[in-house]
Structure formats: C-alpha cells, structure tokens
Design a binder for this molecule. Sequence first.
Ligand code: FNR
Length: 364
Amino acid sequence: MALVCVEDYEKEAFRNIPKNALEFYRSGAGSEFSLTLNIDAFKRWRILPRFLRDVGEVNTDCNVLGYKLSTPIGVAPTGMQRTVHDDGEIGNARAVGKVGGIFILSTVSTTSLEEVAEAAPNTTKWFQLYIYKDQSLTESLVRRAENVGYKAIVLTADVPCFGARRADARNKFKLPPHLGLLNFQEDGSSNVKNMQGFSGINEYVTAQFDPTITWTDVDWLVKFTKLPVVVKGVLTREDALLARDHGCRGIIVSNHGARQLDSVPATIEVLPTIVDAVGNDMTIMLDGGVRQGTDVFKALALGAKAVFMGRPLIWGLAVNGQKGAEHVLELVQRDLELTMKLSGCVNMSDITKDYVAHESQFSK
Ligand code: FNR
C-alpha cells in the first residue's frame, strides 16, 4: 500500500511495533481526552483561501531564534527512539536535516548527544533538558550540548512528575535490554533499565527528575548557559509572561503530546492567547497534534514561528528507519507547500491570521 500521509504511517506502524512499545508511544494521560483534543482542535479552525495570486513558486524559508531554516517543521524530543528502529535519534536527526528543519534531542535518548552531533553535523540541533536532582548531572548535560554544537536548550517544564499513563502501568513498559539511556554512565544509577515495578519509566522519572524546580531554576539556567533557553510546556498567558520576564528567548506551546495532565486544552486552542501576550517579545512555537500541512499552516497563521511533530516521526522510523522519517517529513512539507499555493500565500510572512477563522465565527 502506498503511504501518502502521516495517518498511513501511523496505521502501518501499529502493525509492526511490539505492543508494549506501541502503547508507550501512542498513549496519552488519563482517559486520553486531551490526546483526542490535540487532533480535533485543529479541525475547528478553517482556512480562508485567496486566489488569483502568483503562486508558481512558494518558499518556506524562515528564521527561528536567529537560525536560518528551509522549513518551519521540526522534530519534537521523544525519548528512547531506538526502541522502534535502530536508526533511532540519528535517523530522525539526519532526516529533518534533509528538509532543513530543527531536531530536538531528548535528554532520555538511546543515542548520546555527542553521537547525534557527530552523525548529523548539518542539522540544526537543540537539546531538550530535564533538570535532575543531581545538579552536577544537569550542568554537565548543558555543557556537553554546548560543546558539540547544539544551538538552544529546551527546558521541559511540564514534568515535575510523570503523568498517569494507564497503558504503561498495564504493560510495565521498560527499555529493551540491548538499549540504554546513553547520555548517562552505564553504572546503573541513571538508567531506566534497572527500574522495576509498575512502570519502569515512571520510576525513573520519580527517582531522577527534580520536582521542586521553580522559575529560580530557570534564572539559573539562563545565566549558566550561553545558549538561548526555550521553555517547553507552556499553556497559559501567565506562564508565558513569566518565561519572558525570566529571560527565556522562546516558548514551545505544548502539552507534552497530552501525556502529562489530562483535560488540559489542545495546544492550538491556547496559542492565540500566548501569542497575544508575548508574541512580540519572544519566539513562539507549538507542538501537539500536528499531522498535515493544513495543521502547520493554521499554527503559523495563529502566530507560531515553527511547529514540531513527535509521534509522526516515531511512526516513520518504525516503518522504514531514517527513510521512513524522511518520507513523513517530506509528506508534511509538500502538504504545507500545497496549502500555501491553494490559499494564496507565497512566503512564510504571508501566512497571517487573516487566513484562518474559528468555527464559532460561522455559527453566529
Ligand atoms: C514525548 N515528549 C517528550 N518531551 C520532552 O520534552 N522530552 C521527552 O523525552 C519526551 N518524550 C516523549 C516520548 C513520547 C513517546 C512522546 C509521544 C512524547 C513530548 C514531545 O516532545 C511532544 O511534546 C509531543 O510528542 C507532541 O505531540 P505529537 O506530535 O506527538 O502529537
């Protein structure tokens, strides 16, 4: 069967990923209300196309946090990518490099940050940071990322503890024995493999991540690193203002793929409020439920400068390694270009809120 969209890749991946890993990647928190909402909320925005403009060539070149890119579509940090295919993080980093987008490497990766940097030198790479109880571990991760050329630190703010992932609790998902969290010493202390009990991942987070962090730690990070700091996981105007006031350069509006607190809004629902609050002061980006070009277009129209996809790249990897990841990115990129042509937008700066309307506007 020809695979022509992310949904096709998802269906194909569901057939070939082992059940407990599949459930780890697919699932959301609680009753998965927000997981469904992330997808459905995009459908509540309509695109208002303009015609009879010269759309012979469209261009997705853009500038995000001062870095030149050929696409606003990037890869969100997802943990343990080699679980689904041995190409893992390197496959995804190289794939998004080919379309000229950003790769964000998770702290809990199954390939070390140095190996990814060496294998994908031409990709713009950012490093996603969890703050560990062991301060020296956190410091060394940041310095290592700086030393090998990562261009921003993405601090994930929404994991003071693990969300209620029922699927993982049922399946007791653990990292397969041949893989490890390779940003850490294999001495066992920081390794999820050694965690027993109801969900290995949950135990790891509880043991290692610092649940007491506050905006004071953000102040520390902004001072400690020479890289721009981006906060990932902001869902309110209030936290957006705090991120700005504490010196962060960007925000990823995210609900962690609906894996933390269930019943939070879809990210596209809160994007306009956050752009309204701080859009002139900081770079606002979004992830959660982005699956096709029209989703990317809507997020850009509502003020995001870039979007990231998480699960779609897992499905791409699972189906055909790096080639599958490349194809997923190409499909969404081509779909964005098509959306631009069919709506009369030639450049990124043409895509404004004039091109979208919320469905509530049609029911008045
Ligand atoms: C994630 N996400 C995530 N975020 C993060 O900051 N660090 C991490 O290690 C992970 N790990 C992770 C694993 C898996 C399996 C998923 C699905 C997600 C969240 C991720 O960066 C992103 O916010 C969402 O995946 C975006 O939503 P979509 O594109 O999956 O709908």
